[in-house]
Design a protein around this ligand. Structure first.
Ligand SMILES: Cc1cc2nc3c(=O)[nH]c(=O)nc-3n(C[C@H](O)[C@H](O)[C@H](O)COP(=O)(O)O)c2cc1C
Length: 358
């Protein structure tokens, strides 16, 4: 079964975005943001905060970062109690912050043996399959042969059978992480060549994919084993994730509306707000995932402004009860649903909320 996955993205891929993603797509694989092995080891007695996830989020992949074998091994052991479906190792992050710590992120691609040993150390402690997310190269080490050497070394030293490849090289100096996601050109042909040269391994292609049609094309016409969506899943969740199950996995169309999506998300948000004390998670992080739900619709910028306004107001009064997703996300804005052709007059709690507020 080909995989459509939602990329790890620091500052975005928290439990809350994944909750929304899971409402939109039952089948896509969801990645966590990267958790550094040292963080896991350091918080050994307080791991729920970092690693707990709602059961509804399966299949879910934990992405680990680091390069210290002992810490990676210990982290993998600690993680195994949480039931992730896969453990992924970050060999793609070009941030100077992490690359500066000796060997970390994309810089690890320059040390294939170390990555192979790290993957073996993780696999020994993990009951879940282990995978690598990497680039096609780093700085001047960007030939196809060097990429092959990386893949063959890692897969021969460890049980890694699946590589998720962001199909552009990383430049470790001179470019910010954001520039590193657009500047070096994408070379999908490298990933297609890997499929040809390593038929026993699996490859997921990542980078620059924006529509489910492109995902389908890559899976059906080009035969890739999986496609990973990063920014598109976050920026246009309705056009991508809400269509993934039927367009990519061939499931019957669910005909879910954004009104229903918001209602489900609201239930989730109300069940977790303030769970960790000190208003954590708070209103802002809980509302953030739905900010792009009307992307592309007329008036979507007003939607975002309204959310910001409500969050400011709710934060100022500093009580959980002042927070109502129902209020901000539906009652005040029935026109969004009408504009999006979704105001079907259903007797949802949103309509009830509307009459009690107005
Ligand atoms: C804000 C941001 C944070 C990211 N954080 C991570 C990360 O923690 N781990 C990782 O492997 N990739 C990370 N990435 C890279 C994405 O997973 C993905 O490889 C990249 O955005 C290219 O895919 P896209 O063109 O579909 O967005 C991040 C990307 C963005 C935009």
């Amino acid at each position: 079964m080909p995989q459509c996955s939602v990329a790890p993205m620091m500052e975005w891929t928290d439990n809350h975005f994944r909750a929304l993603a899971r409402i939109l797509s039952r089948c896509s694989w969801l990645y966590t943001e990267m958790v550094v092995a040292e963080t896991i080891v350091h918080h050994e007695n307080d791991l729920e905060r970092w690693l707990e996830f709602p059961a509804a989020q399966h299949p879910i992949v934990l992405q680990l970062g680091g390069s210290n074998l002992a810490n990676l091994s210990k982290a993998a052991k600690l993680v195994s109690a949480f039931g992730y479906d896969e453990i992924n190792f970050n060999c793609g992050c070009p941030s100077s912050k992490v690359a500066g710590h000796g060997c970390f992120g994309a810089r690890l691609m320059l040390s294939p043996r170390l990555v192979g040993e790290a993957m073996q150390a993780i696999a020994e402690e993990s009951s879940a399959p282990v995978t690598v997310k990497c680039r096609i190269g780093v700085d001047d080490s960007d030939s196809y042969d060097q990429l092959c050497n990386f893949v063959s070394t890692v897969s021969s030293l460890s049980p890694t059978r699946h590589f998720i490849i962001h199909a552009r090289k990383a430049l470790l100096e001179g470019l910010s992480p954001a520039q590193n996601r657009v500047a070096p050109p994408l070379k999908y042909e490298y990933v297609l060549a890997l499929m040809r040269d390593f038929p026993d391994l699996q490859f997921t292609l990542n980078g620059g994919i924006t529509t489910v049609e492109q995902v389908n094309y890559l899976i059906t016409d080009k035969g890739v084993n999986g496609v990973m969506l990063g920014r598109a899943a976050y920026n246009t969740p309705w056009c991508t994730l809400a269509r993934a199950d039927s367009c990519i996995y061939g499931m019957p169309e669910r005909r879910i509306t954004r009104r229903q999506v918001l209602r489900e998300y609201e239930e989730y948000a109300e069940s977790v707000i303030g769970k960790y004390g000190n208003n954590k998670p708070g209103i802002r992080v809980l509302v953030k995932p739905v900010a792009n739900l009307f992307h592309g619709e007329k008036g979507s910028s007003r939607w975002r402004q309204a959310i910001d306004e409500h969050v400011r107001h709710a934060k100022a009064s500093n009580t959980l009860s002042s927070f109502s997703l129902r209020f901000v996300l539906s009652s005040r804005f029935p026109e969004f649903f009408r504009a999006a052709g979704e105001d079907n007059g259903g007797s949802s709690i949103f309509c009830a909320g509307l009459s009690s507020i107005l």
